[in-house]
Ligand binder design. Structure first.
Ligand SMILES: [Zn+2]
Length: 498
């Protein structure tokens, strides 16, 4: 079994082969903290949260780095507008960003470096680029000289010479040797944030921030670099040029993943159309799981049209999953532990088989470049099947029946969890306390041996019905508890290992 990802660099799906076996190193361009994020930004962060979450679910040891750009022209602009310092602006919107992510139930990255904490590292990279002849100083600025990097344009597949013929480049550019050269370091104007450098006081350019922070925390040649599709050019193209020039041509990133754009009611979100919607506005009206599910209902690379109509529909679908989970909880709580009924009914066997197949199908979709839309379809299939089982079954009275309910709960919760659904605070309001599988320790009642025997007979029934995955799960669960099971010719043997 392997995971395939669409690599923007090669424009095709490739098997995900990490730099280090079993580990994934992943960097996603974080927010520039000068404003509340809009719903399009939120889509990117939800998508990459889904991706990192699924990679963990699939068993990888993931290191997820997402930077905070806290020094930038836009922050300086906002500070001037509001008449406060850039620090005040950056801190205000950095905190707001963290609050927004928490409200969405997004897991915090493992490492969230701030650009202003990594200035000495950036200076090191810029100095090396100057030394190696890829960058030049001009009047207190330092520029990367694009034409010195032969592979420039390999990600965005832009031919600069063609562009030069057709596009009028705005040239701020008495200082630049070529209009396509971009700033690694900018001399500060009075009143702007500045740091000392060999070229005088100044601040880093945006592109060098990401190159430096990703290499600092993940090393060159890390696995996944992500961001919105709008960052492919020039941001990611420039990151590649700087980073690979710095590393003497060594590959910067193994797989480039890009999240699709979000439109509002089929129109591009833009200041001029006045249709920019902040995440906060949207979350004031809709709960986080509804927003997440709307996003995951479209493949992460495809464009998505966002509108209140579609949110209402998603809300109704989400309620179907919620109700099914609550019904399951309820049945499990009420399921009696009577001694009779050690065998699955045929209907139970069918359900367990269905659940196992659903898990396999879900993984198949997610392994295929994180097809969350198809994976959601599998979850709805499980909901339909479990609902019809609960309708038919009425009260569940047998231990085998209770185990089946617990299995249904495990699968449904597991699949929702793999997509990051029902993580947020909104969930706790309606949830019912979970009944632990072992139940409270009873002073009277069945002995440990009796319970082990019971489980093993359920396992036998599962094996007879061909449900080997379910049977193996019981065996493995027992093994974790120190009960070793051996299959012998006409049954099983077990012993306690500790
Ligand atoms: Zn970036």
């Amino acid at each position: 079994m392997s995971i395939k990802v669409y690599n923007t660099m090669t424009r095709g799906k490739e098997e995900l082969v990490p730099r280090e076996d079993g580990k994934i190193s992943m960097y996603v361009c974080g927010p520039t903290v000068y404003n509340y994020i809009h719903i399009g930004n939120a889509r990117t962060f939800i998508n990459f949260d889904m991706i990192q979450g699924y990679l963990r679910f699939a068993g990888f040891d993931v290191t997820y780095v997402q930077n905070v750009t806290d020094v930038d022209d836009k922050i300086i602009g906002k500070a001037n507008e509001e008449g406060v310092s850039t620090d005040v602006v950056a801190e205000k919107y950095r905190v707001a960003f963290e609050e927004d992510m928490a409200a969405l139930g997004i897991e915090p990255p493992d490492i969230a470096p701030r650009a202003t904490e990594c200035i000495p590292d950036m200076l090191e990279v810029i100095e090396a680029l100057v030394e190696k002849g890829y960058a030049y100083e001009s009047d207190g600025d330092v520029y990367f000289e694009v034409k010195r990097f032969d592979d420039y344009g390999k990600l965005s597949r832009r031919n600069l010479e063609e562009q030069r013929m057709t596009v009028q480049c705005e040239v701020d550019a008495a200082r630049k040797r070529d209009p396509f050269d971009f700033a690694l370091w900018k001399a500060s104007k009075p009143g702007e944030p500045s740091w000392e450098s060999p070229w005088g006081p100044g601040r880093p350019g945006w592109h060098i921030e990401c190159s430096t922070m990703s290499i600092k925390y993940l090393g060159t040649g890390f696995d996944i670099h992500g961001g919105g599709q709008d960052l492919i050019f020039p941001h990611h193209e420039n990151e590649i040029a700087q980073s690979e020039a710095f590393a003497d041509g060594a590959r910067f990133v193994r797989y480039w993943l890009h999240s699709g754009m979000l439109n509002i009611d089929r129109e591009k979100m833009s200041k001029s159309l006045g249709n920019i919607r902040s995440l906060r506005e949207v979350l004031a009206e809709h709960d986080a799981d509804t927003v997440r599910m709307l996003m995951l209902g479209t493949h992460y690379r495809s464009p998505l049209s966002f509108g209140d109509g579609s949110l209402a529909e998603v809300h109704a679908s989400l309620a179907r999953i919620r109700n099914c989970r609550f019904n399951l909880e309820d049945h499990i709580r009420k399921a009696a532990g009577e001694k009779a009924g050690l065998h699955h009914s045929d209907r139970q066997t069918v359900l367990v088989h269905f659940l196992n197949e659903a898990e396999v199908e879900f993984r198949g979709h997610m392994d295929d470049d994180f097809n969350s839309a198809a994976a959601l379809g599998v979850i709805f299939g499980v909901v339909r099947e479990v609902n019809s089982y609960l309708d038919e079954a009425g009260d569940i009275k047998t231990p085998a029946g209770k185990l089946v309910l617990l299995e249904a709960q495990r699968v449904l919760d597991g699949l929702c969890g793999a997509l990051g659904l029902f993580r947020g605070a909104a969930e706790s309001a309606g949830s019912v306390e979970r009944v632990p599988m072992g139940g409270p320790a009873a002073t009277e009642g069945p002995s440990r041996e009796q319970l082990i025997e019971l489980l093993l007979r359920v396992r036998e029934t599962a094996r007879e019905g061909g449900n080997f995955e379910f049977a193996d799960r019981i065996r493995d669960g027992l093994a974790e508890l120190g009960v070793r099971v051996e299959d012998v010719q006409d049954g099983f043997r077990w012993r306690l290992e500790r």
